[in-house]
Design a protein around this ligand. Structure first.
Ligand code: NAD
Ligand code: DAU
Length: 362
């Protein structure tokens, strides 16, 4: 069986990074794109509403843990690549309910790999050679850095600290094993914290934008000195396309934004941008809304990415400056009040109550 060149299967394409990837991919490439997504609380088909009449795009509403469905999708659409985003992705939720993370991130990735392997074995020589399984993972698998430690590189030992990070680490190991044992042509990317349009407002940046806009408290965990390396989502999508096109099979690539920032600095920057774009005498300066609250258990202190491998081997580096990307992101949330209202359902409000009620002070 031959593969259909340029047809790809994306999992989790209705989530934050996945929907940005789908939109950018179809703006630049031909072929068909199948999006297999269970539409969990984090998956929103409205992110892809602009593709409603695009015959190259198809949403399959289903679970990556459903082996028979995955098998049918692969045989019907015969993709030349799978780009695997689907996951439970929020660290705080993994502390509240780790089981969901083991199911989707470990069992789901295993199911997808096993079905991908069986499909791949049915391809002809050329199809088997060109096929790719790209697994989207995280820098959190490497654990936590001290202030002076060198940034994570691809050979840094795994030391996941949260149930989320442990489930992603397990999935990375399964991907590696399917290459080593069965020869499945895999690629793995480990990236830093993404930000940009369509991010579900449970994560730091969109939560702080919306709370600042509405004059609500801005809950900074611990002392606000934790450091993350911020990667604009469009840069991440271009890195994934680069690895898919030119990455060496079986390799892993770290992807970062060259933008290490302390959480408190990110939150104050958001306050200042919202003050400027939405001045309100009763709320300005919004920095006054910052509240230091009880820390996340096991909170990793610092992440930093050494992205020299992807730069030297594949010629990719991030293009967005953090301050510019943050301004674009704030502007996007201010301009998309309808999207914001549509994702703030009862279940979302219940999560916010559950997560922040027990954190009232440090
Ligand atoms: P997200 O939570 O916004 O979206 C996840 C998507 O996966 C949703 O559309 C959801 O419906 C879907 N999904 C969940 N369980 C599924 C299942 N069982 N079957 C099919 N679909 C399912 O996540 P995100 O922030 O876009 O992250 C995407 C990927 O990138 C994840 O694998 C995550 O671990 C990784 N990652 C994210 C970041 C980040 O900063 N957001 C950084 C590094 C790595
Ligand atoms: O590093 C990559 C990871 O980045 C991804 O693998 C995860 O999917 C993604 O969620 C993200 O994980 P973080 O835990 O770093 O992201 P989050 O937005 O939840 O938190 C960012 C930092 O802000 C972290 O140090 C915790 C802190 N924080 C978060 C929230 C939600 C706060 O201080 N207050 C908050 O209310």
């Amino acid at each position: 069986m031959t593969v259909s060149t340029n047809n790809i299967l994306v999992t989790g394409g209705a989530g934050f990074i996945g929907s940005n990837f789908v939109l950018h991919w179809l703006a630049q490439r031909g072929g068909q794109l199948i999006n297999l997504d269970v539409l969990s609380y984090a998956g929103n088909p409205e992110n892809l509403a602009s593709l409603r009449d695009d015959r190259r795009y198809k949403l399959v509403h289903g679970d990556i843990c459903d082996a028979s469905l995955v098998n049918t999708v692969l045989r019907e659409h015969r993709p030349s690549a799978i780009v695997h985003f689907a996951a439970e992705s929020h660290v705080d939720r993994s502390i509240a309910d780790p089981g969901a993370f083991i199911r989707t991130n470990v069992q789901g990735t295993f199911t997808l790999l096993e079905q991908a392997k069986q499909y791949w074995l049915t391809l002809d020589d050329a199809g088997r050679k060109s096929f790719r399984f790209l697994h989207v993972s995280t820098d959190e698998v490497y654990g936590s850095l001290g202030p002076q430690d060198a940034a994570f590189c691809e050979t840094t030992a795994y030391a996941p600290n949260s149930p989320y990070a442990a489930s992603k680490a397990a999935s990375d190991h399964l991907v590696r094993a399917y290459h080593h044992t069965f020869g499945l042509p895999v690629l793995t990317t480990n990236c830093s914290n993404n930000y940009g349009p369509f991010q579900f407002p449970e994560k730091l940046i969109p939560l702080m934008i919306l709370n600042a806009l509405e004059g609500k408290p801005l809950p900074v965990y611990g002392d606000g000195g934790n450091v993350r390396d911020w990667l604009f989502v469009e840069d991440h999508c271009s890195a994934i396309r680069t690895v898919l096109d030119r990455g060496r099979v079986g390799q892993t690539y770290n992807i970062g934004g060259n933008s290490e920032r302390k959480n408190l600095d990110v939150v104050t920057a958001i306050c200042d941008i919202v003050d400027e774009l939405r001045p309100d005498a009763a709320l300005t300066p919004r920095r006054r809304l910052i509240q230091f609250v009880k820390d996340r258990p096991g909170h990793d202190r610092r992440y930093a990415i050494d992205a020299s491998k992807i730069e030297h081997e594949l010629g990719w580096k991030p293009t967005e400056q953090f301050e510019d990307g943050l301004r674009k992101t704030v502007a996007w949330y201010l301009e998309h009040a309808g999207w914001v209202e549509s994702v703030r359902t009862g279940a979302y409000l219940e999560w916010i109550r559950q997560n922040y009620e027990q954190r009232t002070s440090r």
